[in-house]
Design a protein around this ligand. Structure first.
Ligand code: 3NM
Length: 506
């Protein structure tokens, strides 16, 4: 028979104490399975054996129908009685070897570990997978051990990278942090999935909760578990993807929520309209979460930052992360002051920013390099710009984009250089912020590959800028600004195909 193959992506651990009033565990699990849960652990800390087995039978029926393995927490006897697919044991439960003797070679045995030593011990003793926690603070279980955080999980994974044992993390995972948990813990080894309790069990709509979670998990796992892409997209192929995305943008007219700076707000709105999107410039804390949730993309621009606006950005960002709305972050002036540096660094820790776009100084600051800044402008280009964007992209598991005479965009695996643009773009205020808007418009309709949005943003702004600058009616920055908006509005597939100067760096 052999051990069943297990998909660890969305691992539901039950706790009937957290069920909403009037909801039964069996109904909750049924809905969660309908929503896409891939593995279930029945965790009954205070249930008598007879009832445990009865509930277990019902739940095992459901999991079998769904083709999902059922594991029993701690109780080897109950797992045997149900003949389910395995057990999950803690550090204080029966030793793994003994559990294996009872259960035989075909059952799954998972083990809780909270540090590197426990992980290594579980591997040596023949565990089939590890539940590593606690990753974030949680109310669900009394936690006496240290909270590992993203960094702690990443460190453990790094050391056990040579072993291919699947590892899931547990503790405090919900819709707002699930992408960070998967993407930012990944290095040489990545998580195989996430285990969680309250995000589904305490929900009144467990099916919808599971659906939303799995929607976030799948792309994140695709990114982290995929081996480096062997055939990168050739520039020609990328240009066609950009054109398809622009065409879709003009069909869909997505809402683009901006929390941007006071200098560029009107230009950003006009640029979004010219691209075919619908801008909303909403700054109020009270509505930030609601608007982010219904938007196609969220722009967070650090330009006119203040602690109060920073709070609004976090609220909007958490809501965007929870609802699969891409965030495009413009770290305006990241290295200019301590306030901006702290804010930008903090945002990277608290949110999953899908795309970060800045000038050379801003991006260099985010990767920890020192570069000369004058106000919000950086002075000079970087000889290793391509490597720096790739480094930021890899470290944060995002798409990073750096504007300059040559623009660079990377997802950590593919890095492109765009050589379109015109020096007069520098003579109008906010051309970089408008570029961020263009990227966000494209991101709203390219959720499977945000690199298309970043490369597309550079191409659209660069080509529109070149055409606008060459127009006879353009006499200087003032007329250029209007012409630029016109040319963004007029951009056609043929114009992009004819003018795109795109090359693959790595
Ligand atoms: N084990 P929630 S934390 C069952 O750290 C369990 O080992 C943990 O619940 C560990 O997803 C935990 O609601 C509870 O935060 C996780």
């Amino acid at each position: 028979m052999g051990k069943p193959t297990v998909d660890y992506s969305l691992y539901l651990v039950t706790d009937r104490g957290l069920l909403p009033e009037g909801v039964s565990l069996v109904d909750n699990v049924r809905e969660a399975l309908n929503g896409g849960v891939t593995l279930v652990q029945l965790r009954e800390k205070n249930t008598e054996t007879k009832e445990f087995i009865e509930v277990g039978r019902e739940i095992h029926q459901l999991t079998k129908q769904a083709g999902v393995p059922l594991l029993i927490n701690d109780r080897i006897d109950v797992a045997l009685a149900l003949d389910c697919e395995g057990v999950h044991i803690g550090q204080d439960d029966m030793p793994i070897e003994l559990a294996r003797q009872f259960l035989g070679p075909d059952k799954i045995i998972g083990v809780t570990a909270s540090n590197l030593e426990e992980c290594q011990d579980a591997i040596n003793r023949g565990a089939d997978y590890i539940g590593l926690g606690t990753v974030f603070p949680t109310q669900t279980k009394e936690i006496k051990k240290d909270i590992l955080g993203i960094e702690g999980v990443r460190k453990v994974l790094e050391v056990i990278a040579d072993n291919d044992i699947p590892v899931v993390c547990i503790g405090g995972i919900d819709e707002s942090n699930i992408e960070r948990a998967l993407l930012k813990t990944a290095g040489k080894k990545s998580l195989a999935g996430v285990a969680l309790v309250s995000a589904i069990i305490a929900s009144r709509e467990p099916q919808k909760a599971a659906e939303r979670l799995i929607q976030k998990i799948r792309p994140a796992l695709k990114y982290t578990l995929e081996k480096p892409i062997p055939s990168v997209n050739e520039p020609q192929e990328m240009i066609e993807k950009v054109i398809q995305t622009l065409t879709k943008l003009r069909e869909v007219h997505p809402l683009i929520h901006h929390i941007t700076n006071f200098v560029v707000i009107n230009d950003n709105a006009n640029v979004a309209l010219a691209m075919g999107a619908s801008p909303i410039m909403a700054d109020a804390k009270e509505e930030a979460a609601q608007i982010a949730q219904i938007s196609g993309a969220l722009v967070i621009n650090a330009g006119s930052i203040s602690p109060e606006r920073g709070d609004t950005m976090i609220i909007a960002g958490k809501s965007a992360n929870s609802h699969n709305v891409p965030i495009v972050f413009d770290p305006v002036g990241a290295g200019a002051t301590t306030l901006r540096q702290d804010f930008c660094g903090g945002l990277l820790k608290q949110l999953h920013l899908n795309i970060v776009k800045g000038n050379s100084g801003e991006i260099a600051t985010l990767v920890g390099r020192k570069i000369k800044m004058r106000g919000v402008d950086s002075l000079g280009a970087l000889s290793d710009a391509g490597e720096i964007v790739a480094e930021l992209a890899q470290r944060e598991r995002i798409v990073a984009a750096m504007s300059g005479a040559i623009d660079f965009a990377s997802d950590g695996k593919r890095t492109y250089a765009v050589e379109n643009g015109h020096p007069i773009l520098e003579a109008i205020t906010g051309s970089g912020c408008c570029l961020t808007t263009v990227i966000a418009c494209l991101a709203a309709v390219s959720k499977d590959d945000y690199l298309v949005a970043a490369v597309g943003g550079f191409l659209c702004m660069g080509i529109a800028g070149e055409i606008a600058a060459a127009r006879e009616d353009v006499k200087g920055p003032g007329t250029f600004r209007s012409a630029l908006i016109d040319e963004l509005y007029n951009l056609s597939p043929e114009t992009i195909r004819k003018n795109a100067k795109l090359r693959l760096v790595v």
